[in-house]
Ligand binder design. Sequence first.
Ligand SMILES: Cc1cc2nc3c(=O)[nH]c(=O)nc-3n(C[C@H](O)[C@H](O)[C@H](O)COP(=O)(O)O)c2cc1C
Length: 184
Amino acid sequence: MTKVTLILGSPRKGGNTETLAEAFLSTPGKAERIDRFRLYGMSLNGCNDCRQCWSRNRPCIIDDDMDGLYASLKESDTLLFASPLYWYSWSGPVKTLWDRLLPLHGDHPGGFNLEGKRAVLIGAAGDEDSNCFQGLLFSFRRSCSLMKMAIAGEFCFGGLFEADAASKKPELLQKLKLAGQSVL
Ligand SMILES: Cc1cc2nc3c(=O)[nH]c(=O)nc-3n(C[C@H](O)[C@H](O)[C@H](O)COP(=O)(O)O)c2cc1C
C-alpha cells in the first residue's frame, strides 16, 4: 500500500485546494499512511543557495520545519502537491518548498533523492480558462522530470474562486475520488 505526503499550499482551511485533495484521498484503505503538511503556518525558509546540501548529514543546513517534511518525503512513495493558482503559478510557500527540494535532486552519498516517486498535482483557480494553468503545469512537469519523479496525475480545475466553490460541485469531487482510487 502506498504512503502519501500531502503538501497543502493554500492559506484557506477547507478551501478549494484542500477540498479537492481530500476528495482525492477519500477512499478508505487506499493509502497506508497520509502525512499532511499545511505549509501556511509552518516555518519554512527560502533556499539560500549556500550549496551545502548534505554537508551535515542532513538534506539542508537550515533549521526549520522542512526537517519533518524531508522525513516524510523519504518514506512516501506518492507526493501530492496541492496548490491554489497564484499569479499563474504556485502559491508562495509551495514555491519555497520546491526550492528546498534542491538537496533531493541528484545523487548524494548517504543521502536520498526523489527518483521513482510518484507525483500528483492538484490545482485550483478562479479563472474559467484552463490555459491559466500552463505555468503551473510547466513548472510541475519540468521539475518532476529533472528529479526523475513519475507524474501519476494532474488535476487542475478553474472556475473556483470563492473558498466553498469546490465543495458545491459534487460531480467534481466524485471525479477526484475516482481519480484517487485509480492512482493510489
Ligand atoms: C494572491 C492570489 C493570486 C491569485 N492568482 C490567480 C491567478 O493567477 N489565476 C486565477 O485563476 N486565480 C487566481 N487566484 C484565485 C485563486 O486561485 C482561487 O480563488 C483558488 O480557488 C484558491 O484556492 P483555495 O480555496 O484552495 O485557496 C489568486 C488568488 C490569490 C489570493
